[in-house]
Design a protein. Structure first.
Length: 435
């Protein structure tokens, strides 16, 4: 039933729950629980969040009109692009915040830019549930290789959740691969948090250093997110390290929306969120087994995002999972509704592509192409220059520097002949394929 864990590991990683009373609730009881939580956050947000009240008023709604998850269909969906525009009009948080700024502990900045408030006490449950379901246990020494710079994921979400599980955290962040290997070896670290592609980098660096990742390192469990995880890459990493790797899914805006248990039968919806699968055109809820956009509602009073459209496509299932958890599950992430895509863990927006091009009057047409080679993302900025303009190494370097500044992801500039890109070509062409 469960995958084999390393024989030398003294911990039982194959059974148990972080919050058994919530994770094993009967379906009817779970629905009643979520409906009650929904009514509470609707009342609170209508009273304390200017943007949410405006959204309700624009639809002619009052809090009493939202009594159940089905009633959420009445509320307009908020997209990430809406957050950017609303924050420009009403800085810093677009009116979505539910507490005064003086009551915040931290403020985060995600690409966009989008500003996110961090509550004084971190109460989100989902990421910690996912870690426990994937085998993390109290006493694990864990390197957290997600970026601690500006964005909320590494510190606000992962670090706090590891503490909730009872792990010892080494906040390594990204990069410094050789040092990461030495830290893993020195502390006999048992857990990894990061992107699957960075774990692949670590395995390759360890072998360059003359180490056998399985024999010389001590990794037992991995928590990966922010990238797709092809099964071929999972198998390669699990074999290389002799560990178990499970993936999670969520956004910086609303937090965890799904996590794998040891059965790998989809991603369980955490108990502190409502997740709908909706028709992207109408916003109407779709039943199990149908493809639609993931729309999330959080119960976070500091940042009460209600009906937040992630732009990601998935399918919901309600079939029982043999792990004993009774929540619905997202079968897998199937792609995007819009042109926004994620490269090396960070979202890239068409507006960012326009911003880069706008800084160079020599550019006529442009397009970002995202590909994947050896389980690693590659991003190319294709540029057509205006009549009479010539390409140069200096211009190439300037554009590449601007890409890093605006998108925070490295990209290679390639100059292409005029007329290569058709009129109306997509700003972002994601050519990656997934198993």
């Amino acid at each position: 039933m469960n995958p084999r864990m390393p024989k030398t590991d003294p911990m039982d990683r194959t059974s148990g729950f972080l919050k058994k009373n919530l994770e094993t609730m009967p379906r009817k009881k779970r629905l009643d629980y979520l409906n009650q939580k929904l009514r509470g956050i609707i009342q609170y947000a209508y009273k304390h969040s200017i943007a949410f009240k405006a959204k309700m008023d624009s639809a002619g709604l009052k809090p009493k009109d939202i009594q159940s998850i089905k009633d959420l269909e009445k509320i307009p969906i908020t997209k990430k692009a809406d957050l950017v525009e609303l924050q420009k009009k009403n800085p810093p948080f677009g009116g979505f915040e539910g507490v005064p700024i003086t009551e915040l502990k931290r403020i985060y900045v995600s690409p966009g830019p989008i500003y996110e408030p961090g509550e004084m006490e971190y109460n989100e449950l989902g990421w910690a549930q996912g870690m426990y379901a994937g085998g993390f246990r109290p006493g694990d020494i864990v390197i957290n290789t997600f970026s601690y710079h500006m964005v909320p994921f590494a510190l606000h979400m992962v670090d706090n959740s590891l503490q909730r599980v009872g792990c010892i955290i080494i906040p390594t962040g990204v990069g410094n691969t050789e040092q990461q290997v030495n830290i893993l070896k020195t502390f006999k670290a048992t857990g990894f948090c990061g992107t699957p592609s960075f774990l692949l980098n670590i395995s390759e660096k360890a072998m360059e250093m003359g180490l056998d990742p399985k024999k010389d390192l001590n990794l037992k469990v991995g928590f990966v997110a922010a990238e797709m995880l092809p099964e071929s890459l999972r198998a390669r990493l699990e074999e290389a390290f002799g560990m178990v790797i499970r993936q999670t899914y969520g956004t910086a805006d609303v937090g965890c929306l799904g996590y794998e248990c040891l059965q790998k039968s989809g991603m369980h919806i955490p108990d502190d969120k409502i997740v709908e699968i909706v028709d992207p055109e109408t916003g109407k809820q779709l039943g199990p087994g149908k493809t639609g956009e993931i729309v999330a509602t959080s119960f976070n009073k500091v940042y009460p995002l209600i009906r937040f459209g992630t732009g990601d496509l998935s399918i919901l299932t309600e079939t029982p999972c043999s792990c004993g958890r009774t929540s619905s599950r997202l079968i897998k992430i199937l792609g995007r509704v819009d042109q926004v895509t994620k490269v090396r863990g960070l979202f890239v927006h068409p507006g960012q592509v326009d911003e880069i091009a706008s800084r160079f009057p020599q550019i006529q047409r442009y397009q970002i192409v995202v590909t994947r080679k050896a389980h690693k993302d590659e991003m190319t900025f294709r540029i057509e220059l205006k009549e009479g303009e010539t390409s140069s190494e200096k211009l190439k370097e300037e554009v590449e520097r601007t890409i890093r500044e605006v998108i925070q992801v490295r990209g290679e500039v390639v100059f292409i002949p005029q007329g290569t890109l058709p009129e109306g070509a997509r700003k972002i062409d994601d050519q990656r394929t997934w198993e």
